[in-house]
Write a protein that binds this ligand. Structure first.
Ligand code: BG6
Length: 480
């Protein structure tokens, strides 16, 4: 056998990804508490995202309905099994396990639900990869202690982690501590509601955002490091990663100042991954924060925790690249990603620029910088689609998008020799969009008959991309 990669590894994790609040629905069933996602009424494209303080009975919140996965998962998993996927990345909703986050005992009904789900995945030889917190924080923790603004949050989070590591011992070995941990700081105004769900901090009400954002990131990093050590102590087989949102920011022109700014953006985006992979909060970051008048609450013993709890693998979500400009007033308003438009790239109906090479760029960057196995934890395209009669939905643009990104991945594996262990396509099902709350922004290989006004039968049907992806998996990417 050669000691270099000539194709996808035999045990490559071909998979899909979902998140609880975007698919489960049943927000008040099974003893579930209210989460930060449950009060986010996302207004759709171009509209103001709004956060309520409590559930308003007159509002149709996106997370309340999801796609009814909570009741339909047995059939849904059957459908996935037919595609031959090797893994499913899914999140556990914290509020199904600890409804307020503060109980001393977990909610047995919530545990039963996830046991049944995970057992069924395993029976189909689909590995569950669990995201511990994917934009789902108990609302009570956000309102009573300010969520990740408060060091006390680490203990609540670790209690929840301990429950999961003990309960699913022997069933789950790959864990992700947070989804898009870096989203919290590097967010745009358009993505404030997402940031709230990541960190439980209402940036619309905070006056000192940089201080609070940096502090909450620090606590989330520390929680990650402690979770890694805890997972290893409970089962040395456990492998723990953390998900980054990665969108490479290219210099818009060849002015040296733009190149420098683009480098600085990148460094700023990666300091969290540096801390988690290298086991040390960077001194340069500490000094930069101090220069801006930001003093973090740190303790001497934190350093040892960072050192002991480095990640086993790195995960990132990739949808798009952006460009870095000296004049930020040229950045489009309401853009989800901070940055300008790249005139050389096409874009989706939602303005997300399509850049398969950006995936290869990101893989190279992460591989060389951290030298850890990489999981692509999300990648896919949101499109408006309509089912017509009983015909199979022809989603050719999705196939083209996926094919181009998988080809870029293959080049990264074979030409650049990066170490990538898996690819989780977002998503197997059409589900609720995280940034807009819309159903019409469809990502699935499987169509779900549900519309934004609540109409629809919720019936599932494969699109053409489903058969295409099943074939890619069957051939282990050979023909890409
Ligand atoms: C990722 C999130 O950032 O982007 C997912 O982890 C989300 O939860 C995905 O759904 C796509 O974003 P959107 O807003 O189009 O659903």
């Amino acid at each position: 056998m050669s000691d270099y990669q000539t194709s996808f590894p035999q045990d490559f994790l071909w998979g899909c990804a979902i998140a609880a609040h975007q698919c489960e629905g049943a927000w008040n069933e099974g003893g579930k508490g209210v989460s930060t996602a449950d009060i986010a009424r996302l207004g759709g494209i171009g509209k103001v995202r709004q956060l309520d303080d409590k559930v308003d009975p007159d509002v149709r919140y996106p997370s309340h309905t999801g796609i009814d996965f909570y009741h339909r998962w047995p059939q849904d998993i059957e459908m996935l099994a037919h595609l031959g996927i090797k893994c499913l990345r899914l999140s556990i909703d914290w509020t199904r396990i600890y409804p307020t986050g503060m109980e001393s005992k977990p909610n047995a009904e919530g545990l039963r639900y996830y046991h049944a789900l995970i057992d069924t995945l395993l029976a189909h030889k689909i590995e569950p990869i669990i995201t511990i917190s994917h934009f789902e924080i108990p609302l009570v923790l956000a309102q009573s202690i300010g969520a990740w603004k408060n060091r006390a949050m680490i203990d609540y989070y670790l209690r929840y982690c301990k429950t999961l590591f003990n309960e699913f011992h022997g069933k789950v070995t790959r864990w992700l501590t947070f989804n898009e941990i870096n989203h919290n700081e590097n967010t745009t105004e358009a993505a404030m509601a997402s940031a709230y769900r990541v960190s439980g901090i209402r940036y619309d009400q905070e006056y000192n955002i940089p201080q609070i954002a940096a502090q909450s990131s620090y606590y989330m990093m520390l929680a990650t490091a402690e979770a890694v050590s805890l997972a290893h102590a409970i089962d040395p087989q456990n492998q723990v990663g953390c998900v980054l949102a990665l969108h490479p920011s290219y210099a818009f022109d060849c002015q040296p100042e733009t190149a420098l700014k683009s480098l600085q953006c990148l460094e700023n985006d990666l300091y969290i991954a540096d801390t988690l992979c290298h086991g040390k909060f960077p001194d340069s970051k500490r000094r930069q924060l101090a220069k801006r008048g930001i003093q973090l609450d740190t303790k001497l013993e934190d350093d040892a925790k960072f050192q002991a709890g480095t990640l086993d693998f790195i995960a990132f979500n990739y949808y798009s690249s952006t460009v870095c400009m000296l004049d930020e007033s040229q950045y489009p308003q309401g853009n989800h990603f901070k940055g300008g438009k790249n005139p050389r790239l096409p874009e989706t109906e939602w303005g997300w620029q399509i850049d398969p090479t950006g995936l290869r760029y990101a893989l190279n960057l992460m591989d060389r910088r951290y030298q850890l196995p990489i999981l692509i934890s999300e990648n896919g395209i949101g499109m408006e689609e309509q089912l017509s009669g009983s015909e199979l939905l022809d989603d050719a643009p999705r196939i083209a998008y996926l094919k181009a990104h998988l080809q870029a991945l293959k080049q990264a594996l074979t030409e650049d020799q990066v170490h990538c262990i898996g690819y989780c396509l977002w998503s197997c099902f059409d589900l609720i969009s995280a940034t807009t709350g819309e159903m019409r922004k469809r990502y699935g290989l499987i169509y779900v008959d549900q519309n934004d006004d609540g109409s629809g039968t919720l019936q599932r049907s494969y699109k053409k991309s489903a058969a295409w992806y099943a074939q890619v998996i069957l051939e282990n990417g050979e023909l890409l």
